[in-house]
Ligand binder design. Structure first.
Ligand code: 13P
Ligand code: SF4
Length: 348
């Protein structure tokens, strides 16, 4: 029982929070680690065998579950994975990522069977634009060259002049001959590109990625106060207030090189999805990577990227599901926009 003059439990809890601010941590990972590592290893071995038998290549995005990343033949960001898919000679491409990535793979390498292990793996940002809404924006900006982020459907790509990814958005916009650009669908990436290319007149569509857009500079500042020497790395899908705090702004794969540019730094605050933080920690075990929300990654979690786990990858190989098909009438225009994108080198 509490002593008679003790403060009520709720106010004591409040006091203890005020005295000991939560430390930024990486505690989210145990929730995703399986209790039975042997079962995981067995499943991974079965997947590798099946992939060999089926002449399949497994591609995985940097945001995939760590155990899915471990069975991938190739890991990367949207640009690297599109290039790998285009050049793949295997009969099947099992794409562990989200729908627009698998669809882009099919478009750039139509002769291959492209499989997405779970059709529920969509993308909220890609869903924020449709062929109809893009037509409306094109009517509002006649004569503008349409630059569309790869996070979009094949229909939207087909109505665009050129695509880009977070790895080459600045170079794409700088290199298109037109001075007037309609950038779709991500407003945070678009506004950041606009600042890098002030000589162009850039209209920006109003879509965003909820996983990144939820992050506020106030949260990042709390983490920075606890780790004043840390270098902040952010994905350009973050809001402007967060990007203004960052020393490095780059695609998920670009973040690996960004770490190398700061050999003196031991700690990095990372403003993007938590699985990327896990990957960085694996590649640089001597460094410390902390999620920018100063939390357990609950706000920096892409539910779509976590729709694929090992059982889905195994089923995908066993049953050839779920095959991505794009009608040629749409694929033709989307391919032109993607191929133009693939010609533009990375920004760094
Ligand atoms: P990257 O191309 O940088 O990997 O980003 C893809 C993505 O969906 C980020 O949310
Ligand atoms: Fe789409 Fe955002 Fe998830 Fe990337 S993090 S796949 S942009 S919802």
């Amino acid at each position: 029982m509490s002593p008679p003059n003790a403060a009520p439990a709720s106010s004591r809890e409040h006091e203890s929070v005020a005295l000991a601010p939560p430390q930024p941590s990486f505690e989210v990972l145990p929730a995703w680690q399986d209790e039975d590592p042997e079962r995981i290893r067995d499943l991974q071995d079965e997947i590798r065998d099946l992939a060999r038998q089926k002449c399949a290549i497994i591609l995985a995005h940097n945001y995939q579950l760590p155990r899915v990343q471990e069975v991938a033949d190739s890991l990367g960001d949207s640009l690297a994975l599109s290039m790998t898919a285009r050049d793949a000679s295997a009969e099947r491409i099992v794409f562990c990522g989200v729908h627009f990535m698998a669809e882009s793979a099919k478009i750039v390498n139509p002769a291959k069977k492209v499989l997405l292990p779970n059709l529920a793996a969509g993308c909220a940002l890609a869903d924020s634009i449709s062929a109809e809404s893009l037509e409306d924006w094109k009517d509002r900006y006649p004569g503008y060259t349409v630059v569309t982020y790869i996070n979009s459907s094949a229909e939207v790509k087909a109505l665009s002049d050129i695509c880009c990814t977070s790895a080459n958005a600045v170079s794409v916009v700088r290199n298109v001959p037109s001075r007037r650009i309609l950038f779709t669908p991500d407003k945070n990436l678009g506004n950041w590109v606009k600042k890098q290319v002030p000589e162009k007149d850039i209209a920006v569509y109003d879509g965003c990625c909820p996983t990144h857009d939820v992050l506020r500079s106030a949260s990042v500042e709390k983490v920075k106060r606890l780790l004043p020497d840390a270098v902040i790395i952010a994905h350009p899908e973050c809001r402007e207030d967060v990007l203004e705090m960052a020393q490095e702004i780059c695609s998920t794969s670009g973040m690996f090189d960004a770490v190398k540019r700061h050999p003196e730094a031991r700690t990095f605050i990372v403003a993007t999805e938590w699985a990327q933080v896990y990957r960085l920690q694996q590649v640089y075990p001597e460094k410390e990577f902390v999620m920018a929300d100063g939390c357990i990654g609950c706000r920096l979690h892409c539910p779509y990227m976590k729709m694929i786990d090992l059982p889905q990858v195994k089923r995908s190989l066993e049953e050839d599901v779920f095959e991505i098909r794009v009608p040629e009438a749409i694929a033709r225009g989307a391919r032109r926009a993607l191929e133009r994108m693939l010609e533009v080198p990375r920004d760094r």
